[in-house]
Design a protein around this ligand. Structure first.
Ligand code: UDX
Length: 461
């Protein structure tokens, strides 16, 4: 791409420093790099991605002044608000010399920022640069953000427990329990603080001076939500997902992946393994861990279980193999494999994996659907409930596990997914979805076309 005296146009990416946000941003970086842009990742020092894993990118650390103890003491909402305050000046200072250099070369960079890193838009605005938002969640989740002021004005929020199963007015297909607005569920939240949550949601849905929004979604998956979102946000939308399938980043894992589980998977029968992982932020407490352990053991199904030993950004204390009940390891023998962190995309693509027990973060949801794996949903907070509603009710590729289940109920759920007729139907629908998702990123598909339009727009910005 580089010609004499000419450099590739630059794009600065500003990810939000949590695994579920870093992954899609780095995937986007890889895609844009393959299209001829040079990529700078302006990242916080907190949860910094590893430059050595991504030699194609330039890494620009921004001082944030925050630590893991701030995360657990403040809770996630306050933590994100502090990031936005602390990082603005450092980003401005780091980018100013680059702009001078670029102006000489008549090449202006564009800043693409995670929707929760809204300080980056203020920096872009000050530097007179175009900016674009990356929304790392689903379009449906963003629609709930747009509905929030109306629901609050009409007195529906905070909703009472006896309304949990009522349908939300004008927000099909959600019941109140599916909405992402329960502050007390958020990691680190110590009390109900609707005001702080309301501010965060308002900041995430505000497009400010940004010229477009990129979504890690696709028309096939969320057509109706995308149409509504286009009307609400009033800037061009580019749904170009699933990003991890278009151009996987070399590695964006903050924790070392235990690749040894792949050799274990190779020895298992087709569709026999249930994969259990609650992503990077959710952990099980000791009681749930014990019930899950015995549920898995008694199901007699092979399983691969991610039990985190305190990865960065984990809030509920770290799970540990030390907390596993006595006699569990002897009972399961080689039928189960436990890792601290798995190469999840490879795991879900493996022929032996026939089901995913997940917290339903948006990345895990997309990854499971893209590989045709049906799900048991165990949502915890935020958009995980929104995604669960879609998985179970709209796409019908999974069912929900209620909280505080006994080992017998967990065993029953695993058998229902892995061996029952219902599980077979869910799997078939998931496989059908995989094929349709693949066609979105193939030549002529909606995400393929949308990506080309985005790239044309970025080249001319
Ligand atoms: C967070 C929120 O919890 C989620 O609801 C939101 O949609 C995104 O931000 P997280 O909880 O980490 O994300 O879940 P998820 O979105 O599923 O992202 C986790 C990522 O980590 C996935 O890309 C997954 O492939 C990866 N992962 C997870 C691994 O690589 N190995 C593992 O063992 C577990």
């Amino acid at each position: 791409m580089e010609e004499q005296g000419q450099r590739d146009p630059q794009i600065v990416l500003v990810p939000c420093p949590f695994q579920g946000h870093i992954n899609p941003m780095l995937n986007l970086g890889s895609i844009l790099h393959s299209k001829g842009f040079s990529i700078t990742i302006a990242h916080t020092q907190f949860n910094s991605p590893k430059p050595s894993d991504n030699p194609d990118f330039v890494f620009l650390p921004i001082s944030d002044g925050l630590s893991y103890s701030d995360l657990s003491s403040k809770g996630i909402v306050d933590f994100i608000s502090c990031l936005n305050i602390n990082c603005k000046e450092p980003l401005l200072e780091s980018l100013t010399p680059m702009i001078d250099e670029k102006q000489q070369l008549k090449e202006l960079p564009c800043i693409i920022y995670d929707e929760y890193m809204y300080f980056a838009e203020q920096v872009a605005h000050l530097l007179k640069l175009p900016s674009v938002i990356l929304s790392t969640g689903s379009a449906a989740n963003l629609l709930t953000y747009y509905a929030f002021p109306r629901l609050q004005k009409d007195g529906f929020i905070p909703f009472q427990d006896d309304m949990a199963l009522d349908m939300v007015p004008e927000l099909h297909p959600f019941r109140f329990k599916d909405l992402p607005f329960r502050f007390k569920d958020l990691p680190g939240a110590s009390s109900e603080n609707l005001d702080a949550l309301s501010k965060l949601i308002a900041s995430a849905r505000d497009t400010r001076s940004s010229s477009a929004m990129i979504l890690n979604s696709m028309e096939y998956l969320e057509q109706s939500s995308l149409i509504q979102l286009k009307q609400q946000c009033r800037i061009p939308l580019f749904s170009i997902g699933p990003l991890h399938k278009t151009a996987p980043a070399p590695s964006s894992s903050l924790v070392k992946e235990e690749a040894s589980c792949m050799a274990w998977l190779d020895k298992q029968a087709l569709n026999s393994v249930i994969y259990v992982s609650l992503g990077s932020m959710v952990s099980m407490d000791e009681k749930e861990l014990t019930e899950m352990a015995w549920g898995l053991a008694h199901s007699k199904q092979p399983f691969l279980w991610v039990l985190k030993r305190g990865p960065p950004g984990s809030f509920h204390g770290s799970e540990s193999t030390d907390s596993l009940p006595n006699g569990f390891k002897e009972t399961i023998g080689n039928r189960g494999y436990i890792v601290n962190w798995a190469p999840q995309n490879e795991v879900l693509a493996h022929r032996a994996v026939g089901g995913f027990c997940s917290h339903c973060g948006w990345n895990s949801t997309l990854e499971s659907i893209s590989d045709g794996v049906p799900m048991i949903c165990r949502p915890s907070f935020g958009d995980q409930r929104v995604n669960t509603r879609y998985i179970c009710h709209v796409w019908r590729v999974g069912f929900e596990l209620e909280n505080d289940l006994s080992r017998e109920e967990i065993e029953g759920a695993i058998k229902r997914l892995m061996t029952g007729k219902e599980g077979e139907e869910l799997r078939q629908r998931a496989i059908d979805m995989k094929v349709k998702v693949e066609s979105c990123i193939k030549k002529g598909g909606s995400s393929y076309n949308s990506l080309n339009e985005l790239v044309d727009g970025l080249f001319s910005s």
